[in-house]
Design a protein around this ligand. Structure first.
Ligand SMILES: Cc1cc2nc3c(=O)[nH]c(=O)nc-3n(C[C@H](O)[C@H](O)[C@H](O)COP(=O)(O)O)c2cc1C
Length: 188
């Protein structure tokens, strides 16, 4: 059966390098895998009232329900994120919070997670990635081990056609996808 991977991009910007990297990385998945970007742009800001049984007049928005169902139906999640102010962009934190409730049915629980961070500087979104790992640490999500993927100077990584310019980076990302796929197979 086809395995489904939800790809979540931590940037809303039209020209986002994270989105370009995500588009390219999707093509590195093997046959039998369907990896698709799950949009997080229209998720309303997280408000626990929506999940609080004591607040009867605020049902969960349809966008929350759809997002949670999509994540739960996935065999794995691949995060590709930028860094804002040394942590993950707010849109990504919002999506993580939405997927983290209700406690009885956490969408992220036990799902294999791949993590790619990037930045226009040299540090490759190090703090963003580490903060993302912290935010996910409650959900028992297995992740590939070393090496982690920190892509620095992202504008130089992508050519005019939106392809990864360097063969070394392609190989590095392909290796990461291969390790992530093995993890997904192990947890199937
Ligand atoms: C609000 C804001 C905060 C930022 N903070 C950081 C940061 O902490 N570290 C960093 O390397 N780049 C930072 N940047 C620069 C981003 O890495 C750069 O805009 C990058 O292109 C964003 O990723 P994207 O192309 O996927 O949208 C920041 C940009 C913005 C708009």
């Amino acid at each position: 059966m086809t395995k489904s991977i939800s790809v979540i991009v931590g940037s809303l910007r039209r020209g986002s390098y994270a989105r370009k990297i995500a588009h390219e990385t999707i093509t590195y998945f093997p046959e039998g895998y369907d990896a698709q970007i799950v949009e997080i742009r229209d998720l309303p800001l997280y408000d626990f009232d929506y999940d609080d049984p004591d607040v009867a007049d605020k049902p969960a928005p349809e966008e929350y329900t759809r997002f949670r169902e999509t994540i739960k139906a996935s065999d794995g999640v691949l995060f590709v994120t930028a860094e804002n102010n040394r942590t993950i962009p707010a849109c990504l934190k919002n999506a993580i919070d939405i997927g983290s409730k209700p406690n009885s049915d956490v969408a992220w629980k036990n799902l294999p997670a791949g993590i790619i961070s990037h930045s226009v500087g040299r540090m490759g979104g190090y703090s963003s990635q580490k903060n993302l790992r912290l935010a996910l640490s409650y959900f028992d999500m297995p992740t590939p081990g070393q090496p982690e993927v920190f892509l620095g100077q992202s504008p130089t990584l992508i050519d005019d056609e939106g392809r990864i310019a360097s063969e070394r980076t392609v190989e590095f990302l392909q290796d990461y996808v291969d390790r992530f796929v093995r993890l997904v197979e192990e947890h199937a």
